[in-house]
Design a protein around this ligand. Structure first.
Ligand code: TPP
Length: 537
């Protein structure tokens, strides 16, 4: 007779696999060995990174791209604290993540070596749970549900090693419940329809809730039927193609004056899935705001709503397709705002013949080289500000960054996650040299995994985004010079990757061509003149 009893660790691995998790990212320790062995037995891939933060970054982006929680596995104590940055990132970037940290068995007199209270993570998780063989069958499905209920986020599960070896019944088969299951039924939309119908110049701001709810199609249909201009946010870039005639620009970034001017000249702002965690500044829009949300009407006091309704975003938008407004923005005025948002980024003088590239040239060459199905991930710094303004995004899930936490070091692990989820799509990470150096050890992971992605390092030897602010205040640039006594391309080659330094547009184009067709990872060290960033601030 078949045994229906397995040890808890194997139950755990089979449950994850059965519910659509293809891989776990992590770093091992004595307390997590049982999970690694169970993952191997269950055919759940374990991706070893060089740091638990990058494991959690990669896992959360996997969750964001698949809609199934990403999984990170660490040991107790130091593994858990290293993962904290990634947990906080999933929390503030609203990405579904399960973090399993090993633990000792709780017993009287147990030493406190490496022991940390799981409460440590209470403030940055949807829940923090101590797993046992007895509660696995309840807590695993609950964690899946919590992580994928809007707003998506991380759940921390601490798993004592002794419990991992205790026998439990086999996991049930079948996929996890649909995250939208249990979403509230559509509310009465008559007041919403009336509000839209009365508007002569409505505009839409689509936030991170749109990609998280996979509501890009309904957004496009709603915007088109209304003829309303659409602003996105960092995380919703690509929800509407940024070369669409209704596209306005990116809201709530450092340079969104054209978007706010358009909003203030509108008579209705429809905020769809907008989350103030992405805002750099206070709300400055004067027209009445109609909030369409899936996280609880009125839950975001930073967005002053004249009317707020809660429901599954895709269904809400679909139900409003065809509602006629009293007027619409003239197309040429929308184009004018868009031009102000994204135009005039280039420094007036060409960089041809100069020793250093304008960062804008690197972005332009990358845009020419990357096919439309390509994915770019962006780290944090001046290069991100430029990318938000200059990069044309034609598809959902093609421009990925951290906006809620805005943590440096996310660009490369996000790219790794994207490449593993979409192996056939070209993936490029655009990072600053500061962000690159923060977790440069991940080159070893990339080399081992062999995922052929491209990392473009905007190398200027400075933490430009901070230095630029010091200079503006007439402060000496203290603590923002990285030095120049090393070769980033050489570091890549030392790790067994392709590494090239480029300082002209032609070299950049050629290196990108080689990198995008290579069968292993490539690091392109772009020698840039940071003075170019003055034009994208
Ligand atoms: C983990 C982390 N530490 C510090 C910061 C603050 N910070 C934001 S941008 C930046 C500079 C980034 O420098 P670099 O990676 O070289 O990019 P650049 O600004 O030069 O494009 C710093 C230090 C942060 N966002 N995240």
């Amino acid at each position: 007779m078949l045994s229906l009893v397995v040890r808890a660790a194997l139950y755990w691995a089979r449950y994850l696999k059965e519910h659509g998790v293809a891989r776990a990212f992590g770093y091992p320790g004595t307390e997590s060995i049982e999970l690694l062995e169970a993952a191997r037995e269950a055919g759940l891939e374990f991706v070893l990174t060089q740091h638990e933060a990058t494991a959690a970054f990669a896992a959360s982006m996997t969750g964001r791209l698949t809609g199934i929680p990403g999984v990170c596995v660490t040991t107790a104590g130091p593994g858990a604290t290293n993962a904290a940055s990634g947990i906080a990132q999933a929390h503030l970037d609203r990405m579904p993540l399960l973090v399993f940290t090993g633990d000792h068995v709780l017993a009287p007199g147990q030493p406190t070596h490496q022991r940390l209270s799981p409460e440590l993570f209470a403030a940055v998780t949807r829940a923090t749970v101590r797993l046992s063989a007895a509660n696995l069958a309840v807590e695993l499905p609950r964690a899946f549900r919590l992580a994928t209920t809007p707003p998506h986020g991380p759940v921390h599960l601490t798993f004592p090693s002794g419990e991992m070896e205790t026998d439990v019944g086999e996991p049930p088969t079948g996929r996890a419940a649909d995250p939208l299951e249990g979403a509230p039924a559509l509310p009465d939309l008559s007041a919403v329809r009336a509000m839209i119908a009365a508007a002569k110049r409505p505009m839409i701001i689509a936030g991170l809730g749109v990609p998280n709810a996979r509501a890009e199609g309904p957004l496009l249909r709603f915007a088109t039927s209304l003829g309303a201009p659409v602003a996105d946010t960092q995380q919703s870039r690509g929800s509407l193609p940024t070369d669409h005639p209704l596209y306005l620009g990116t809201f709530a970034t450092h340079r969104d004056a054209a978007v706010t001017d358009c909003a203030n000249a509108s008579d209705l702002v429809v905020a769809v899935g907008l989350d103030s965690v992405e805002f750099l500044k206070k709300w400055r829009l004067s027209p009445p705001v109609l909030v369409l949300t899936d996280v609880g009407a009125g839950n975001d006091p930073a967005i002053p709503a004249a009317l707020a309704v809660e429901g599954a975003l895709a269904a809400l938008l679909e139900a409003l397709v065809g509602v006629r407004a009293a007027g619409r923005w003239p197309a040429e005025e929308i184009a004018g705002f868009r031009q102000r948002s994204t135009g005039s980024l280039m420094p007036p003088e060409s960089d041809a013949g100069r020793a250093l590239l304008w960062p804008q040239t690197v972005v332009r060459e990358l845009q020419k080289a990357l096919p439309d199905d390509g994915i770019v991930t962006v780290d944090v710094g001046s290069h991100k500000h430029l990318m938000i303004l200059q990069w044309v995004v034609r598809r959902p899930d093609s421009f990925l960054d951290s906006s809620g936490l805005s943590s440096m070091g996310t660009g490369i692990p996000f790219a790794l996650a994207a490449k593993l989820v979409h192996p056939a799509r070209p993936v490029v990470a655009v990072v600053g040299d500061g962000g690159f150096l923060m977790y440069a050890g991940e080159l070893a992971s990339l080399g081992r995994i062999g995922a052929p992605l491209v990392i473009v390092v905007m190398a200027d030897g400075t933490l430009n985004s901070i230095k630029i602010k010091q200079v503006r205040r007439s402060y000496a640039p203290t603590g923002t010079e990285l030095g120049a006594g090393y070769s980033i391309a050489g570091v890549a080659r030392a790790f067994g990757l392709n590494g090239e330094r480029v300082s002209s547009a032609a070299e950049c184009a050629a290196a990108l061509r080689r990198g995008l067709t290579a069968d292993r990872p490539t690091v392109i060290e772009a020698a840039i003149d940071p003075a170019g960033y003055e034009y994208s601030q």
